[in-house]
Design a protein around this ligand. Structure first.
Ligand code: ATR
Length: 281
């Protein structure tokens, strides 16, 4: 790997959020630029909501090339963008922004990040029966991406029924061929269970009971810290193939890199960096 050189031609990228201190992206993206011999650095920008217009002004003046957006600005950034992708429009969520000739264009790479991680880890998506736990922002992004990859059926379980129904409506309007069920009382065999809720982040709770896990042939929990949630521990005990959310985190980042640079992201470099960052938490 080349040594980090910062000079008058260095291009700027970054991430805006509140908080942003714990983000793994500055290290991961800067190492990716270095690995690809791109003269660029990626910095964290901790801002208040009232500072959004000001930071975009600053980004214009400093010719910052692109940035990520994290909580709580994924929706709030939208009015400041000149263009957003169809997916970001549907989700009302932007996590990646690139400078264009006329302003800023926003994308959401969360959903594609999930699908890339799952398929690269050997999980099948096309023609499969999927059980999705949760109906928040992450669930929506994942569900929309699953639809694009032609799943057979989608069952959504969420604590708040109205949110699950609203997500089911969005998915049905995207593809009327997919069988969609919300909070079912009777279960069938699922090819893949995805936990998109925060339940399990405490290392104690499990978002589904043991009976439901028995209906599932594979499990992905999008939580990455802890790396093995109670849900994943149960899957391991039962011999069910499973994975955590590190892959989704990685591939949403590789997608951002590719949007900004037009170059294939150095996946292994980014993965190593992410694993090292996680191990030092
Ligand atoms: P994100 O953007 O990370 O998806 P979010 O939009 O706030 O965050 O969504 C959080 C999801 O986790 C929701 O599905 C939420 O359920 P509700 O829609 O009922 O709020 C789910 N969730 C969070 N805490 C939960 C808990 N203790 N039990 C069950 N579901 C929970």
């Amino acid at each position: 790997m080349t040594r980090l050189t910062v000079n008058g031609s260095t291009k700027l990228y970054g991430i805006i959020g509140n908080p942003v201190k714990h983000s793994f992206s500055p290290a991961m993206q800067t190492q990716a630029f270095q690995a690809m011999d791109i003269n660029a650095v990626y910095l964290p920008f901790f801002i208040q909501e009232s500072e959004l217009p000001g930071i975009l002004n600053a980004f214009q003046i400093t010719r910052l090339q692109g940035f990520n957006v994290t909580v709580p600005f994924k929706e709030k950034i939208i009015p400041y963008l000149s263009e957003i992708s169809r997916e970001a429009e549907l989700l009302q969520s932007v996590n990646t922004v690139i400078r264009t000739a006329t302003g800023w264009k926003g994308y959401s790479t969360d959903g594609i990040g999930f699908v890339k991680a799952a398929t690269n880890a050997g999980f099948q998506i096309s023609d499969k029966n999927i059980l999705l736990i949760g109906a928040g922002g992450s669930a929506k992004a994942i569900a929309l991406s699953l639809v694009k990859h032609h799943i057979s059926s989608l069952t959504i379980i969420n604590r708040t029924l109205s949110k699950a129904e609203s997500l089911a409506g969005i998915i049905a309007s995207e593809n009327s061929d997919i069988e969609i069920t919300v909070n079912p009382s009777v279960h069938k065999k699922y090819d893949l269970l995805i936990n998109s809720t925060s339940v399990g982040m405490d290392g104690k709770k499990c978002p589904v009971d043991d009976v439901m896990i028995n209906y599932c042939r594979a499990v992905i929990d999008i939580i990455y810290n802890p790396s093995q949630t109670p849900l994943l521990q149960k899957a391991v005990q039962k011999g069910i193939p499973c994975d955590n959310g590190i892959g989704m985190l990685l591939y949403q980042g590789t997608e951002s890199f590719e949007i900004w640079t037009g170059k294939k992201a150095p996946v292994n470099v980014m993965k190593d960096c992410l694993e090292k960052s996680l191990n030092s938490v």
